[in-house]
Write a protein that binds this ligand. Structure first.
Ligand SMILES: Nc1ncnc2c1ncn2[C@@H]1O[C@H](COP(=O)(O)OP(=O)(O)OP(=O)(O)O)[C@@H](O)[C@H]1O
Ligand SMILES: [Mg+2]
Length: 229
């Protein structure tokens, strides 16, 4: 009986992990899944531009809260990591309201803010979810105010280090919304390219215009229309 219970434990745990990902719309690793195909198409377009220009650091942002930034950042990150030629570091740069670890069901001991403010070594802040070639740097303890930290010398040096350490690595930053916080603008100098998420039926043309104006000077490589399936 003990052995049977042990044997049943594993599939059950695996099913729970998958259910958790599905509930958060993390689907890019699935086969025969139309949503995953959409992310594969997005991956192809993003990698074409990034590789042609030698870009390594991609920020994902949007005008407002809830537009789907984290969902797209995670799915795109997983999709790129599944491409055998690339590895990915996904950084949760939404330091006030981090959610990457929640969506992946991770319980990190430390994250970016612990590295920046408490000198916790970077290697102790990195987490590896169950996807090959995908590493995650969670945000760490949430902060009230974070734009100063994002433009601090320590953060600038970290951004340079993670961008140049491995030639095959793409760094994806899950950012807060441009029209609600100054964090994305403060961090722009460290970014090679920006992907802007637009929420179908919700994002007003005027807000997208203001968002793109705020990002002027940055390399906006495209927009993603979300909530369309
Ligand atoms: N294409 C989609 N269809 C339906 N629901 C979606 C879609 N994309 C994201 N969502 C849901 O919308 C909610 C917000 O998504 P997400 O957290 O990715 O947005 P966000 O822009 O990162 O939000 P925040 O600005 O608060 O960080 C989540 O519950 C997510 O599962
Ligand atoms: Mg988010």
């Amino acid at each position: 009986m003990d052995r049977l219970e042990k044997a049943l434990e594993k599939p059950c745990a695996a099913e729970n992990a998958e259910t958790h990902l599905e509930r958060h719309r993390i689907v890019a690793h699935k086969t025969r899944c139309p949503e995953a195909d959409v992310y594969r198409q997005l991956r192809a377009k993003v990698l074409q531009i990034m590789n042609a220009s030698g870009f390594k650091a991609l920020a994902i942002t949007s005008p407002h809260y809830g537009d789907g930034k984290t969902t797209v950042a995670l799915n795109l990150g997983i999709s790129i990591a599944l491409d055998l030629k690339q590895s990915v570091l996904l950084v949760d740069l939404d330091l006030r309201k981090p959610s990457v670890h929640e969506y992946l069901n991770l319980r990190p001991q430390a994250g970016l803010t612990d590295h920046l403010l408490k000198d916790v070594p970077l290697k102790d802040c990195l987490t590896r979810p169950s996807f090959e070639r995908l590493n995650v740097l969670p945000a760490g303890l949430p902060l009230e105010s974070s734009s100063e930290l994002l433009s601090s010398p320590k953060m600038i040096s970290l951004a340079r280090e993670v961008k140049t350490r491995y030639p095959d690595r793409i760094v994806i930053y899950d950012m807060p919304p441009v029209l609600a916080q100054d964090d994305p603008i403060a961090f722009l100098p460290q970014i090679d390219a920006v992907l802007v998420i637009v929420r179908e039926g919700m994002t007003k043309a005027e807000d997208l215009k203001r968002c793109l104006e705020s990002l002027k000077g940055a390399n906006v490589i495209g927009t993603v229309l979300n909530n369309c399936f």
